[in-house]
Design a protein around this ligand. Structure first.
Ligand code: ADP
Length: 273
């Protein structure tokens, strides 16, 4: 349990009398600590690639380099600057999610289109990482999801790209959609990656929390992906679920309420007879 902290003030009132006011500031203290931790984390995440970049620049300034070394150094520098760009872009996504109004139920997006877009991104990433994996994506027809399409896509594709990043070559990944018996709908990603030990699960959606820092970095991770997914899910009244067995694989899923789902006729635009 967190020890509570009270702020106490004496307020003069009436003729020489004083009123004792006390206020529980525990929550304010906690928010302060979280803000400080966040700034420290961001600074650290930016400083690491910057240090590497500065090192390469210095070396290149001091030494005459062979053309092949020069090309290699530049490639590594490009990778570090890409890393900073991804970090900044994830930070902006999070801050936008915090500042924008909750998505309503006026905008509908076909579930099939969201899954198809995830598939494209996953395949492109797998090629980029030089991984050959068995990726299967459900074809979904006639189901639509209400919310902010860019947010939904970013949450779903974060889960799919994580599966690609953490699953070894020759592994299996399945992206699926399931209509639950009670009217809710589940988007899920199964992988045959390393899995995650139980003690890490409650902390996975914290900003910058990573089970294996170097594995995350190698594949371009910022440690913010699942924080974004959780945020988007919450904003859509949906629930992020994580099941994982170390050594076997993981399933990350988002369960959407029935109110955010609808079925449309497969042939949109058909006029009923
Ligand atoms: P990162 O950019 O590090 O991947 P995320 O917030 O997306 O950040 O994920 C947090 C951590 O959760 C990762 O560093 C990794 O340790 C773990 N993780 C996420 N997805 C998977 C997965 N599919 N398989 C195994 N571990 C995962």
């Amino acid at each position: 349990a967190v020890p509570r902290r009270l702020s106490v003030q004496l307020h003069p009132y009436g003729s020489g009398r004083k009123l004792l006011l006390s206020r529980d500031v525990t929550a304010i203290d906690q928010a302060d600590t979280m803000r400080r931790d966040f700034v420290a984390n961001v600074s650290h995440e930016i400083r690491t690639p910057l240090t590497v970049l500065a090192g390469f620049i210095e070396t290149m300034q001091q030494l005459p380099l062979e053309e092949s070394d020069r090309a290699r150094y530049l490639a590594m520098m490009a990778q570090q600057s890409q890393r900073m760009q991804t970090l900044v872009s994830d930070l902006l996504t999070l801050s936008r999610l915090e500042g924008s109004p909750l998505p309503g139920t006026g905008e509908w997006t076909p579930v099939g289109a969201l899954l198809a877009q995830c598939e494209q991104e996953a395949r492109a990433l797998a090629v980029g990482l030089g991984k050959q994996q068995d990726l299967v994506v459900d074809a979904v027809e006639g189901r639509e999801l209400a919310g902010a399409a860019p947010e939904l896509l970013s949450a779903m594709s974060n889960l799919v790209t994580n599966a690609v990043r953490y699953t070894p070559a020759n592994g299996h990944i399945r992206v699926r959609w399931r209509d639950l018996a009670d009217g809710r709908g589940e988007f899920a990603v199964d992988d045959t990656g390393p899995g995650i030990a139980r003690e890490h699960l409650p902390r996975l959606t914290e900003r910058f929390y990573r089970v294996d820092r170097s594995r995350s970095r190698e594949t371009g991770g910022t440690g913010l992906g699942l924080a974004i997914v959780k945020h988007v899910a919450q904003r859509h009244g949906a629930e992020l679920r994580i099941h994982s067995t170390p050594g076997t694989g993981s399933t990350f899923s988002i369960v959407f309420a029935a109110a955010r789902l609808r079925t449309v006729s497969a042939q949109a635009g058909d006029v009923p007879a």
